[in-house]
Design a protein around this ligand. Sequence first.
Ligand code: TXA
Ligand code: MG
Length: 330
Amino acid sequence: MTAEPSTRVIKADSEAAAAAARCLAAGGLVAFPTETVYGLGADAMNGLAVARLYEAKGRPAFNPLIAHVPDLAAARELARFDTAAERLATALWPGPLTLVLPKAHDCPVADLATAGLDSIAVRVPDHPLARAILTAFGRPVVAPSATRSGHVSPTTAPHVLADLRGRIDLIVDGGATAVGVESTIVSCLGEPALLRPGGVPRAAIERALGQPLAETAMLDDADEGEAPLAPGQLAPHYAPHRPLRLDATTVSAGEALLAFGPLAPAGAAPVRTLNLSVHGDLVEAAANLFSHLRALDAAGAASIAVMPVPHEGLGEAINDRLKRAAAPRP
Ligand code: TXA
Ligand code: MG
């Protein structure tokens, strides 16, 4: 149900981009070099492929991912650019800069890839092979660093292979990456703010903007298993308007139901029911998680009862996000 048992490694020759695009189109996981680090790519529009990507990372956490596109025109199909974002994109793309932007109204990226948020992280990498793959594929590619959680980001194909052999489908070996640290992340949701230092120095960003970056809490790279999240550093997370009731074994009058598995809980008839996976498949459940939550949030119910989800495989990340979504809002 996850990646192929064997991982193919190919050289970055004239056939490589087409091979990578075919694998992505089939829902596969493809590691490829960018100018910063190797990314582990999946079709951003395929929720199941994105769920497998989180699973391949080993200790899955549904942190929102960066959508990689070949140029600014493709980025505009995913996100809305204000003046500041326009300036940054024009001055610094392609390059090691990621912009967090409001999602475009008809953004085609799977809800799981953005962890259900209304914002999306987008970048145009400055690497000929990465751009050739993105162009050949013709759709956005989400790509976290191609490493298992808790390991340092890979800058060569052997690093990727050592970490992910047997867990992903394809590695395109394009030699060592030039920058070696991840992209700088700037939020353009309000005043432009630095969320993660990286390949583009702060001064270059402030020069392009013509103003200083706002002070803000930095993102904690929880994905890489670093220090536990501190308040104020929490990765942004999706919060429904309706209260969630977790581990529900019965339904109360007026509740919507987020079901899991084939069994129906006792109690009242739900206002609306959506099932994460009738067959109890956690990869399918992950792919459905945020879109189902959104739909039930809009169903006019007083609250949403959530059936228990087993705490194994992707279930750990599903339960983590459900717990955050259920937490009282500050
Ligand atoms: O250089 C890079 O950026 C590499 C290469 C492969 O492109 N990618 C990378 O991805 O570092 P990843 O998944 O390891 O880091 C993405 C970061 C995470 O800290 C995530 O929380 C943040 O981007 N992020 C993504 N979407 C976001 C959003 N909508 N709002 C705030 N932060 C977001
Ligand atoms: Mg990372």
